[in-house]
Design a protein around this ligand. Structure first.
Ligand code: ATP
Ligand code: MG
Length: 423
């Protein structure tokens, strides 16, 4: 006999006992997205590799080392499992001219794939919800997205989620800053680690978020991007801060916040929880006004965020915000000659009438069937024995309170169940 196969490392099964919390989380997040005016769309899990290379940038962790890419020999295409959703969303918006009649607020959700080292809060298949506001230039929409997230944390009962905010200016401002940053880093090259040295020329801004204490010292003395911003960039940031103040949102300005992806400009933000250890960022986003043009579309401003579901669910679980496991209305047990067929028909009719009914399967004594009924969490056991069958009745036993068992005519059962379950 061969050894049993296992799931791929970093890719998780969602087992039934975990499903309740995920589904309640999803339902609440999706209702919240719709309430804020975002409309659902779905993109494929697989895209051309070139999409992510162009959108995310060559010198990023994702493109350098995290993508699941392969060559589809049948079509001679280079394909990749999506590592994030923004690139696909913008690709689709361009392909289907979604902005032809004005800007759009969109959301999506689903699995993303990154070949990272699996650890708590970091997986190779993980789930995100993303919201993208396409075609809106002003800081009002940046503020909308940020406030919307803060309201979600409160609605979910999550405490201690802090907002980190920054602006990374325009591409031109960043280019000037980058040149001076590289000069500073080069002057201190002997104190940089291998990672920072590698990024020094490919993606020097990423050196800013290094965790290495020695590199951080070098970074602390580096010029700050804020002093390279022109009037327009500053006005955008001021507009955002004003609306956040009006909404009573607290935040910390983090000048080292650059985000891992190349496509951002102006506003960048992250929501971080202290309760998750190293993988504390639960949501990140920003403005990406250049991405439409970068992907060959008509230029359009845009801003969005992506929320990491595993990390938020972990916070919910830790806060004890676990919903009750859904239970059926009734569990139907049957015993004796002819009762199986009759029970089968009865269960079918009750489900058609809208009740959640489990019909016992697999035989067993009356006692063991009743044990299963109890374990199912059902409010009622419905009992169909030879006696009941002959009399055209069903016995009803309330399982969750002290009411005693009684018999009901089959024809009146649906109506009685309705009243019983309400009462
Ligand atoms: P990190 O710095 O943790 O690697 P990131 O900057 O790569 O995050 P984004 O691309 O901004 O992450 O994705 C948005 C969110 O998705 C993150 O804030 C995080 O909550 C979640 N996320 C990202 N990568 C993973 C992963 N491998 N496993 C689980 N969640 C993830
Ligand atoms: Mg990452």
């Amino acid at each position: 006999m061969s050894a049993p196969l296992q799931a791929i490392r970093g890719m998780n099964d969602l087992l039934p006992q975990e499903a309740a919390i995920w589904r309640s989380f999803s339902a609440r997040v999706e209702a919240w997205l719709e309430r804020w005016g975002y409309r659902y769309m779905r993109m494929p899990l697989v895209e051309q590799t070139a999409l992510f290379r162009r959108a995310i940038g060559e010198a990023t962790d994702i493109v350098e080392k995290e993508m699941y890419s392969w060559r589809d020999e049948l079509n001679g295409e280079d394909l990749t499992l999506r590592p994030e959703g923004t690139a696909s969303c913008v690709r689709a918006a361009i392909e289907h001219s979604l902005l032809h009649d004005g800007p759009k607020r969109l959301w999506y959700g689903g699995a993303m794939y990154r070949h990272e080292r699996p650890q708590k809060g970091r997986y190779r298949e993980f789930f995100q919800y993303g919201a993208e506001a396409l075609g809106y230039p002003g800081p009002d929409v940046d503020a909308e997205l940020i406030v919307m997230c803060v309201r979600l944390w409160r609605e979910l009962g999550l405490e201690d989620v802090r907002l980190e905010l920054s602006t990374i200016g325009s591409p031109e401002e960043r280019a000037r800053y980058r040149a001076d940053l590289v000069k500073h880093l080069e002057a201190n090259v002997e104190r940089l680690d291998a990672d920072a040295k590698r990024r020094l020329h490919s993606n020097p801004l990423r050196v800013l978020d290094s965790k290495n204490p020695m590199v951080r010292e070098v970074v602390a003395a580096a010029p700050e991007l804020a002093s390279y911003l022109g009037a327009q960039s500053r006005a955008h940031f001021d507009g955002l801060k004003e609306l956040l103040a009006v909404a009573g949102i607290e935040y910390a300005i983090n000048p080292r916040l650059v985000r891992g992806l190349d496509y951002y400009n102006l506003t960048v933000f992250e929501f971080v929880s202290e309760r998750l250890g190293a993988q504390g960022t639960i949501c990140g986003g920003g403005r990406y006004d250049g991405l439409f043009a970068q992907l060959g579309g008509k230029p359009a401003p845009a801003v969005g965020f992506a929320l990491g579901c595993e990390r938020v669910v972990a916070l919910l679980r830790e806060a004890g915000r676990v919903p009750a496991v859904p239970a059926p209305d009734a569990y139907l047990v049957h015993q004796g000659e002819g009762t199986l067929v009759s029970a089968f028909v009865l269960a079918d009719a009750l489900r058609t009438a809208g009740f959640a009914v489990i019909q016992h399967a697999g035989g067993g004594s009356f006692k063991s069937q009743m044990k299963k009924a109890d374990a199912s969490g059902a409010a009622l056991a419905l009992i169909l024995g030879e006696d009941e069958l002959r009399a055209g009745e069903v016995a009803v036993k309330p399982l969750r309170d002290a009411r005693s068992q009684f018999r009901v005519a089959r024809a009146a059962l649906a109506e009685q169940l309705g009243a019983l379950l309400k009462g």
